[in-house]
Write a protein that binds this ligand. Structure first.
Ligand SMILES: Nc1ncnc2c1ncn2[C@@H]1O[C@H](COP(=O)(O)OP(=O)(O)OP(=O)(O)O)[C@@H](O)[C@H]1O
Length: 252
């Protein structure tokens, strides 16, 4: 379980006014759940997501993962705890000089996993994300969807229990988006992984998420079950996200 308690993030800048990116967030994400956070640009979604794995330190409040208060962790302890949280990105963040297999292997190298074990794990992950035959391709030779599959495999290398997705399908066309969402759903079911995703598209939310939080100006303005929010949006921001979305779901 992930629990955010009264979390706030203020960016203080030299000679310019401070920015409150996130204020007083209280959020509980259950183990094994696919949880979506939706909001327009600047709402504070990325900052909130990055506070879960402490890429951003909250200015105040606590972030608890399992029974561990992540906000108190530093150095080696934090690096070890972070291995249980994988992350994928809108622009994939792959190393262009490494093949697909070498990109996936990277976190295992960092964790000092012996070569034979690394190779076996990479082969297993390549299969899991459907990239058989593309192991030796460089990112420049892969489609957007294939690049994101490499990103997902790399994020899963250290057997995390949580996957954070930062606008993971925003750079992809609708068909490829669906195939990546289907893959995330498969992984969630097969591995029991908790998935937290941020997006500005309600389509993404309704296709795979069970619960959703709507953000505006750094705050959560509405949250709950996706179906319920889809049928009865209360806040103006939620209404505008829901408008125009059809009720069609990838087999959950
Ligand atoms: N490092 C930073 N320094 C100063 N301000 C920041 C920093 N990071 C984010 N902000 C500000 O915090 C607010 C929230 O940004 P954030 O990126 O979390 O929003 P978002 O909802 O993810 O939007 P987007 O999808 O455009 O990234 C914005 O006003 C942004 O300019």
């Amino acid at each position: 379980m992930i629990k955010l308690n009264a979390v706030e993030k203020v960016f203080r800048r030299k000679k310019r006014p401070a920015v409150t990116a996130v204020s007083n967030i209280n959020l509980t994400i259950e183990k094994g759940e696919i949880f979506g956070i939706i909001g327009y640009s600047g709402a504070g979604k990325s900052t909130l997501l990055r506070m879960i794995n402490q890429l951003e330190k909250p200015t105040s409040g606590t972030v608890t993962v399992g029974n561990v208060d992540f906000t108190t962790l530093r150095g080696k302890q934090l690096r070890q705890a972070r291995q249980k949280i994988g992350m994928i990105f809108q622009h994939f963040n792959l190393l262009w000089s490494r093949t697909a297999a070498e990109n996936i292997s990277l976190p295992l190298e960092v964790a000092n996993v012996p070569k034979a074990e690394r190779d076996a794990k990479v082969a297993e992950l390549i299969k899991l994300v459907g990239l058989e035959g593309r192991e030796d391709a460089y990112p420049a030779q892969l489609s957007g969807g294939q690049k994101q599959r490499v990103g997902i495999a790399r994020a899963l290398a250290n057997n995390p229990s949580i996957l954070l997705c930062d606008e993971a399908t925003s750079a992809l066309d609708p068909k490829t988006t669906d195939s990546i969402l289907q893959l995330l759903l498969d992984i969630n079911k097969r591995l029991g992984l908790t998935i937290v995703l941020i997006t500005h598209e309600f389509d993404v939310i309704r296709k795979i998420c069970k619960k959703v939080a709507v953000m505006e100006n750094g705050s959560i303005v509405e949250q709950g079950n996706v179906q319920q929010i889809f049928h009865q949006p209360r806040h103006q921001a939620t209404k505008s996200f829901v408008k125009g979305t059809e009720l069609e779901v990838i087999s959950k």
